[in-house]
Ligand binder design. Structure first.
Ligand SMILES: [Mg+2]
Length: 185
């Protein structure tokens, strides 16, 4: 694993195409016990409300493996609640990521752990990665499921995301390559 540069709030610890490509066993062996999982475009596209069987299976297997899982989303309560209840997880809606408040609310819903035992999983650099890294969590970045239905503020965040990725490429080329971040752009 590459050595992390000192200022790396926009750099995820890992990047995978989807939530199904993440090695959760490895994560558990690294000491991760709490997963804070973004909803929109990470688990479901904006135009779907309920999980299919693959997602239900994944969430079930995560809790069987010993993880505490919280769904954490900047979206409004009805959407987040509908999904979270379907997978049987606690949730935080209107989280205002990248600010820390929503993440702190999420951690109050599960057994207490140190920041190093928490992993954020999400599709956005400006909300999920930045928000998670500023609190000292591990962060796994995934590809957005469907970009074309994103709202204006998410599109704006994507512009910033591109700048952040470009600057990581310039300043930390080895890390950029080892995380395969070119595939995110
Ligand atoms: Mg998202």
């Amino acid at each position: 694993m590459p050595v992390r540069p000192p200022k790396s709030r926009f750099i995820p610890d890992d990047y995978q195409k989807t939530i199904f490509d993440i090695d959760y066993r490895l994560m558990y062996s690294l000491g991760i016990r709490t997963l804070l999982i973004d909803l929109d475009n990470t688990v479901l596209p904006y135009d779907e409300a309920l999980p299919g069987s693959a997602i239900l299976d994944l969430f079930q297997s995560l809790s069987k493996q010993g993880f505490s899982v919280v769904v954490i989303s900047n979206n409004h309560e009805p959407r987040v609640k509908t999904f979270a209840q379907a997978v049987g997880c606690p949730y935080v809606h209107s989280a205002k990521k990248p600010f820390p408040w929503g993440f702190r609310r999420a951690l109050r819903l599960v057994p207490p752990v140190l920041p190093a035992a928490v992993c954020v999983i999400g599709d956005q650099v400006m909300t999920d990665v930045w928000g998670g890294k500023r609190l000292g969590f591990r962060v796994v970045l995934v590809d957005a499921l469907k970009r074309n239905s994103e709202k204006w503020y998410t599109r704006l965040n994507r512009r910033w995301e591109q700048l952040a990725l470009k600057s990581i490429e310039k300043r930390y080329p080895d890390l950029y390559d080892s995380l395969r971040l070119a595939e995110k752009r």
